[in-house]
Design a binder for this molecule. Structure first.
Ligand SMILES: Cc1cc2nc3c(=O)[nH]c(=O)nc-3n(C[C@H](O)[C@H](O)[C@H](O)COP(=O)(O)OP(=O)(O)OC[C@H]3O[C@@H](n4cnc5c(N)ncnc54)[C@H](O)[C@@H]3O)c2cc1C
Length: 368
């Protein structure tokens, strides 16, 4: 049986671990989760109305969203973890008509977008009473994923399969050897899914990686606003979205802070930025903004062209990173594609990304 190590227990690493053929591989997953993006994330799964021009990224995000029904079934995700809640997009009225046309066009290749409706202010408020009566575009296929709850569920499933977890920060000694604490272990394959840390992980082996960290903060309000039905996610105009969960938790976020990078401190500036923006959209701002809250802070990974990359780097190493602000949408599918590659030898991802060499270059020849 071959030995596989996964470094990084975020959404890619954990999904990948669960899809690996346990009859073929003995799997160890290393994760030290400080600053992990997956558990800090907002949870919006709704890529279809993005105006990004990168067609490969859009295909990946679209197929990533379409992958969710399989994910729900394979990992028994209940509605507290993932819910197809629908998404409301709040924009000035003239932009909504344009977005409606874009949505109709995209639906031809992405039926999972569901129904597309232009809502009056009154209808928007009926959908999500927290909001002012503002016009919106609703897509019924949008959803929200509780990243942290997803990881807890997948860890339980992985442990039942016999996957070993080691909660330590690791370093690569060479392409097959991992150092953790005082120990070293050798593997046939190592899969690096460490988010923005990939750059540091690969540096000792002479690789240069086009990756930068970005800080994201969001606010979690614990309200009494519980519901048994699905409240839609509201994607507000500006840098803040509202994501209501079934237990009364309402997320407001997130910031995109390039200067702060690795800094994980909670800041009053983030609170001000997010709440100032939300006030323009909330029917009764003080009601929500005066409820108890806490921060979530995480670090996203970005490449220069904002596109993810994943695949086989050399005989022993596989990598995946650069998921930016849409990694909850693309991450599970990337994990699945990598697992499928290791299980079957089929690499079905050319249509989703540029060649790996675009993002990772070797400075010197590896002696491994
Ligand atoms: C505030 C915020 C809001 C977001 N909202 C959304 C959203 O609404 N929708 C969406 O689609 N995406 C969202 N994202 C983006 C998404 O969360 C990320 O793109 C995705 O979770 C990245 O997953 P990952 O597995 O690549 O990395 P991560 O989740 O960061 O996991 C990597 C893990 O590897 C560990 N690790 C790294 N190096 C080592 C090492 N040497 N040893 C041991 N462990 C190591 C890390 O500590 C971490 O636990 C958001 C991100 C943030 C920060």
């Amino acid at each position: 049986m071959k030995k596989i190590a996964i470094v990084g227990g975020g959404i890619i690493g954990m999904t990948l671990a669960n899809y690996l053929d346990q009859k073929k591989y003995q799997v160890t997953l290393f994760d030290e989760p400080t600053g992990q993006a997956t558990s800090a994330s907002a949870g919006i799964i709704s890529p279809w109305l993005s105006k990004r021009r990168n067609k490969q990224w859009y295909r990946l995000a679209k197929d990533g969203a379409a992958f969710f029904p399989k994910l729900i079934q394979d990992f028994q995700l209940d509605e507290t973890i993932y819910q197809q809640s629908g998404t409301l997009l709040l924009r000035p009225k003239e932009q909504l008509t344009e977005l409606f046309t874009l949505a109709e066009e995209r639906k031809k290749e992405a039926p999972e977008i569901g129904t597309i409706e232009l809502l009056s202010g009154e209808q928007t408020q009926q959908e999500l009473p927290l909001l002012k009566p503002l016009p919106a575009l609703k897509v019924s296929g949008g959803g929200r994923l509780d990243g942290k709850a997803y990881l807890i569920q997948l860890r339980q499933l992985a442990e039942q399969k016999g996957i070993e977890f080691i909660g330590q920060r690791v370093q690569l000694v060479d392409a097959t050897t991992i150092n953790y604490g005082e120990k070293e272990a050798v593997f046939d394959q190592i899969i690096l899914t460490g988010g923005p840390h990939l750059k540091r992980l690969l540096a000792p082996l002479g690789y240069q990686v086009d990756l930068r960290p970005q800080k994201g903060q969001l606010l979690v309000f614990q309200t009494a606003y519980q519901t048994s039905g699905a409240l839609p996610v509201a994607m507000l105009d500006g840098e803040a979205d509202l994501i209501p969960f079934l237990d009364g938790k309402i997320l407001l976020g997130a910031t995109h802070e390039n200067d702060a990078a690795w800094d994980l401190r909670e800041t009053p500036e983030a609170f001000k930025q997010l709440t100032d923006n939300a006030r323009n959209f909330l029917a009764d701002p003080e009601k929500l903004l005066s409820t108890p809250f806490h921060y979530r802070v995480g670090t996203r990974a970005y490449t220069s062209d904002f596109a993810p990359f994943f695949g086989q780097l050399n005989d022993h190493l596989l990598v995946a990173s650069g998921l930016g602000s849409s990694g909850l949408t693309t991450g599970p599918y990337i994990g699945y594609l990598l697992a499928n590659y290791l299980n079957t030898g089929q690499a079905n991802w050319q249509e989703y990304q540029k060649e790996l060499i675009t993002y990772i270059q070797q400075e010197k020849t590896l002696e491994s």
